[in-house]
Design a binder for this molecule. Sequence first.
Ligand code: DX5
Ligand code: ZN
Length: 247
Amino acid sequence: MPGLRPLDAPLDLTLEAATDTASTGRRELFASKRVAPSILSSDFSRLGAQVEEVMAAGARIIHVDVMDGHFVPPITIGPLVAGSIADLVHDAGGAIDVHLMIENPDRHIEEFAKAGADNITFHAEATPHINRTLNAIRELGCLAGLAINPGTPVSAVSESVNDADVFLCMTVNPGWGGQSFIADSPDKVGRLSEMVGAGSIEVDGGIDTAGGVAAAGASLFVAGSAVFGADDPAAAYSAIAEAAGAA
Ligand code: DX5
Ligand code: ZN
């Protein structure tokens, strides 16, 4: 059960107003056209500095790839790392976009919410209880995202259109950065767009220019190696954002 306020408890208007403002701003940010650098390809020995570099170039959504060695083969990072950059991202007006490539996502969402996640996305393939997990994420005060693998049809999200804030269409098979964009992805994004509408589709994997998927209806473009694999991540961010017509 979410923490319900007893009816006779004093109403903390200040806190509620602040939370409303934060959640409106966050919703607008995730609905706008944006490139989201993925820290998976960053230099972890200087993670904070790398995040600051791309934010100085205009990035406002920082993508955090969480892999558990089960849903996908590699193990990457968890809430401790997300939490380590949360303050600097929030202080610069940005948001943390957590992408869970893990089994049993509901066991871990609270830790990520506490670590400062603004959006938490999990995979439709990872649980039989999609809408329960989406609702649980929203009850934790975060936006809720639902991801599908390249082999999963868009119909997998058809009964969750009103329960999710973000729909993530993988444009590579998840697990590693630096893979090639799957050429059929724009068609799939187009089919997803007909189902969920504009302003809620995120694409992830092999994005260096976003032309095809942007035209098909995606508005949030995750880029890992194209940003942090470049000699100058800030310049690479700016070039991709400009090509995508993003802020
Ligand atoms: C892949 C991850 C991606 C990854 C993208 O499974 O979900 O977010 O960081 O990296 P690039 O942009 O290099 O394909
Ligand atoms: Zn990702």
